[in-house]
Ligand binder design. Structure first.
Ligand code: B16
Ligand code: MG
Length: 218
């Protein structure tokens, strides 16, 4: 059976994806750059600065200094923090707390592998921090998703073999990162979108502990 579960945060544990979307949309409007949900899909799992670069690339006439980019990324983060101000345990996605408890009861370790620098704050607001044996510090990861570093960092913290890990992700870049780490990848979303995942569920309520272990063992 697996020795470590590594959870993505945004889109798996809670739907902060919506707040990231709204915060980027506000910034894009200020910059007069077109922005919609379809484009936003590309930003899932990607770091703040990389997301900004993708948005700025839509308007080639905008050439900004590093300092200006830092300011814009910071503005987006302030909008985001305002939006997540009032989240609480009710914002944990369906089935997640049950799954986490079952993993614990089976003495399997749990780590968080999020690209978000706000991850600690979000987990705290959801009341889930106590369940996590390790939280990857996004600020220390050199190569973000789709590079496997986020996931291998979590396994390395326990010296657990990558093949003994299950990673759960909602983003294409995240699934790619798990696969590159040679871990078992679970995708949350459409099979079409997450075709590369070893196992896909439509939404988080489909994440059943026994089934995940069975799929992993096959
Ligand atoms: P922050 P995840 C990712 O979280 C989000 O999916 C992505 O949209 C966001 O840009 C990234 O975190 C960085 O977040 O601006 O809070 O540092 O899906 O890896 O949990
Ligand atoms: Mg995600």
């Amino acid at each position: 059976s697996p020795k470590l579960f590594i959870f993505d945060l945004d889109g798996v544990i809670t739907d902060t994806a919506e707040y990231h979307y709204l915060a980027w949309k506000k910034l894009a409007e200020e910059l007069d750059v077109s922005f919609d949900r379809q484009f936003n899909e590309q930003l899932k799992g990607i770091s703040r600065m990389e997301s900004l670069e993708l948005i700025l690339a839509k308007n080639r006439s905008l050439s900004l200094s590093d300092h200006e980019k830092e300011k814009l990324a910071n503005d987006k983060n302030e909008y985001y923090k305002q939006l997540i101000e009032s989240i609480n345990g009710e914002n944990t996605l369906p089935g997640i707390e049950k799954l986490i408890k079952e993993i614990k009861e089976n003495n399997i370790k749990i780590a968080l592998g999020s690209a978000s620098k706000n991850a600690n704050m979000v987990l705290d607001k959801l009341g889930l921090t106590e369940y996590f044996d390790y939280i990857v510090d996004a600020a220390k990861v050199k190569k973000g998703k789709p590079d496997p570093e986020t996931f291998t960092t979590a396994a390395d913290a326990f010296s657990i073999h990558y093949s003994d890990c299950i990673g759960i992700e909602d983003a294409v870049a995240g699934v790619e990162a798990i696969n590159k780490a040679s871990m078992f990848s679970v995708g949350v979303g459409s099979t079409e979108h997450l075709a590369e995942a070893d196992y896909v569920v439509n939404d988080t309520s489909g994440l059943q502990f026994e089934e995940l272990v069975r799929q992993y063992s096959n």
